[in-house]
Ligand binder design. Structure first.
Ligand code: GYE
Length: 630
């Protein structure tokens, strides 16, 4: 406790100096949350907000402060960059000088702040990036909404409302639009601009504000009065439009659809419940999630993901009460035992065995009664398992789907039974996203894994000697990792003309599958391949065995890059046979079980949770092999 007191006294003294400095410098620093409190402070969280002009940003600070109050020994110190990247850099340096243990930042400028965030992250201070992501992955965790999806949802809602007859839609646009506004507009236009019979009327506001929206709606009266709907991509703009329609006597003729869906007075949800907004698309703020994950990070807990994409919902008069109840509901976890039915793909790879082990061990630790069925890569067996879980009346169903498509019918049966379904490790493609047949997806960014594999090749396998021929060994047909790793790999391949995929075949993610691809190639061809990209380690190791049987030296005659980064892959890199392994972390048990407990406590599930992953090659294999957890 002595240490704590010292830290607190030093911090108090520092606080006065830093506060004075910032105030003198004309900077605006929101004072310590509860600077008069005597509570012991074990951790200081520095919060660097881009600006405090936008309602969303004020809401974030408020949510962070509210949530911090639940943690006795955490203090937050917040700064306002007033929209200046230079000031935000200075704010961060001040927070470092102040002794922060973790940084939460909503960046002003993705490029400039990306470099500063990397500097802080590399210094060993965990960084949670919020709302606007930065290039690369040099941060601890990203939490934010998908603003493109938010705009898309608003567009789809308007299309459904106008129906076949179509109509006229006035689109309020900031000039210039903020990053968030631009992304929402892009999603909105992507959804609506080709809809039959719909005409868009774009009007430009001097600012993304209530007053500017009021002024433009009044000024554009002749357009507005002949339109059906106004689209505003923020609550503040929508409120201005509401007031203007009222002043023009058009509030019963023209409807408004907006984005943000905040819960305060005269904000999105309130305006819907007042009948002044037809619908709002919620933009979850993420402050609560940020503090919860910050606590886990500061306590070195496992299961912290790399990205959490927050879920946005359409709220209109049909569900506004339900949403208000959910927002105000008590979502504390009562710790009760939860029954989970898990349909697992199979036992096809070392990755899968590690994944199953992680899930089984975490279930015990989280008081989850787990009933797992192994499907041996058969979708039919997965359907049978899911139907048996429905009959059993489990609380939650989790599926790691062997392929992406064909799930709509069985997922509708689970929904009809009132049983939520979480997609784990792999994802599915459903006919209509708005049916919300799955609750969330927890797993890797396979597209990024494919990009990383090709980036390593670009940076480590010289192509100046002419076109480098690549053999791609793919997983099982129709699986999301197969499709998405291939897509990410080809995206970077197209940027590098010195390489080409000259042969591609499926190996089903198994050791024997990898052997078979090499054997069949050599039955028909002389060996002329320079690089093998294998979509998992097991197929790569099978390929290596077959190559050696034909006198072809792995890593010498042909570079081999695989995905998963299992211990067996590290052993092959140490032996000098495998060239590179892109990590795909199977240990998602803790995150999955936390998501299940949150779901059963009534918390809003993120739209997507993406795991943390790196790239390893022979230059570091020895250093890491003893630390591998799978
Ligand atoms: O790469 C492979 C397993 O779905 C990410 O499936 C998983 C993949 C993994 O068989 O080893």
């Amino acid at each position: 406790m002595k240490m704590l007191k010292e830290k607190w006294h030093i911090l108090s003294a520092l606080a006065v100096m830093v506060l004075a400095a910032l105030t003198i410098g004309g900077c605006h620093m929101i004072p310590l949350g509860d600077s008069g409190s005597q509570k012991g402070v074990a951790s200081i969280i520095g919060v660097s907000q881009a600006n405090m002009r936008e309602e969303w940003r004020v809401a974030l600070i408020n949510e962070l402060r509210e949530e911090t109050e639940k943690y006795e020994d955490i203090q937050i110190v917040t700064t306002d960059a007033t929209g200046s990247a230079a000031k935000q850099v200075q704010d961060i340096d001040n927070l470092i000088g102040y002794g922060m243990d973790l940084l939460i930042i909503s960046p002003c400028d993705e490029k400039i702040m990306g470099e500063k965030i990397k500097e802080v992250y590399d210094s060993g201070i965990p960084v949670i990036v919020m709302d606007r992501s930065v290039e690369g992955f040099d941060y601890t965790l990203y939490i934010g909404p998908d603003n493109g999806v938010i705009g898309q949802q608003a567009g789809s809602y308007i299309i459904d409302h106008l129906g076949d007859k179509g109509g006229d839609v006035v689109v309020l646009q900031g000039n210039p639009a903020s990053v968030q506004g631009t992304e929402r507009l892009s999603g909105f236009k992507g959804a609506i601009e080709n809809a039959p019979g719909i005409t868009l009327h774009e009007v430009y506001l001097a600012a993304e504000s209530k007053d500017a929206a009021y002024d433009i709606v009044v000024t554009a009266k002749n357009i507005v009065e002949n339109s059906d709907i106004i689209f505003a991509y923020s609550d503040s703009m929508a409120l201005g439009a509401c007031d203007a329609l009222k002043a023009l006597g058009l509030d019963n003729k023209v409807m408004i659809v907006d984005c943000d869906g905040f819960k305060g007075a005269d904000e999105g949800i309130d305006l819907v419940s007042q009948g002044r907004l037809m619908a709002t698309v919620s933009c979850p703020i993420g402050g609560k999630e940020a503090i919860d994950y910050a606590f886990s990070i500061l306590n070195n807990e496992s299961g912290v993901p790399k990205q959490v994409i927050l879920r946005s919902n359409i709220i209109d008069k049909s569900n506004v009460e339900e949403n208000l109840n959910r927002i105000n509901a008590d979502t504390s976890d009562d710790g009760r035992k939860i029954k989970v039915g898990y349909s697992q793909v199979g036992q096809e790879s070392n990755w899968r065995l590690a994944n199953t082990k992680s899930i089984e061990e975490s279930a015990k630790a989280f008081n989850i009664d787990l009933h797992m069925e192994i499907a041996d890569q058969s979708q039919e067996k997965q359907f049978e398992a899911i139907r048996s879980f429905i009959k059993e009346g489990v609380d939650v169903i989790v599926v790691s789907p062997v392929v992406e498509t064909g799930w709509d019918e069985v997922l509708r049966e689970a929904k009809a039974a009132g049983i939520p379904v979480i997609m784990s490790d792999r994802n599915v493609l459903v006919e209509n996203r708005e049916e919300n047949l799955t609750t969330t997806y927890l797993g890797a960014d396979f597209v990024e894994e494919g990009r990383r594999a090709m980036r390593w090749i670009r940076d480590n396998v010289d192509s100046t000697g002419g076109d480098m021929k690549i053999m791609e060994i793919m997983g099982n047909v129709g699986a999301s990792p197969t499709e998405e790793r291939d897509a990410g790999f080809r995206e970077i391949l197209e940027e590098n003309p010195g390489y080409e995929i000259s042969y591609s075949a499926y190996g089903d993610f198994t050791f024997d599958g990898g052997k078979k691809v090499i054997r069949e190639y050599l039955e028909k061809n002389e060996w002329d391949i320079d690089i093998i990209f294998s979509q998992n380690d097991d197929m790569a190791l099978g390929a290596i065995e077959e190559l050696k049987a034909h006198g072809i030296k792995p890593d010498e005659d042909v570079k081999i890059i695989s995905v998963d980064a299992t211990t067996e892959a590290f052993e092959a890199m140490v032996r000098g046979e495998l060239s590179c392994a892109v990590e795909c972390n199977p240990i998602i048990g803790p995150q999955l079980m936390k998501a299940i407990r949150d779901l059963c406590s009534g918390k809003q599930m993120p739209f997507r949770i993406i795991t943390d992953e790196k790239v390893y090659d022979q230059s570091v294999a020895e250093d890491y092999i003893r630390k591998r957890r799978y």
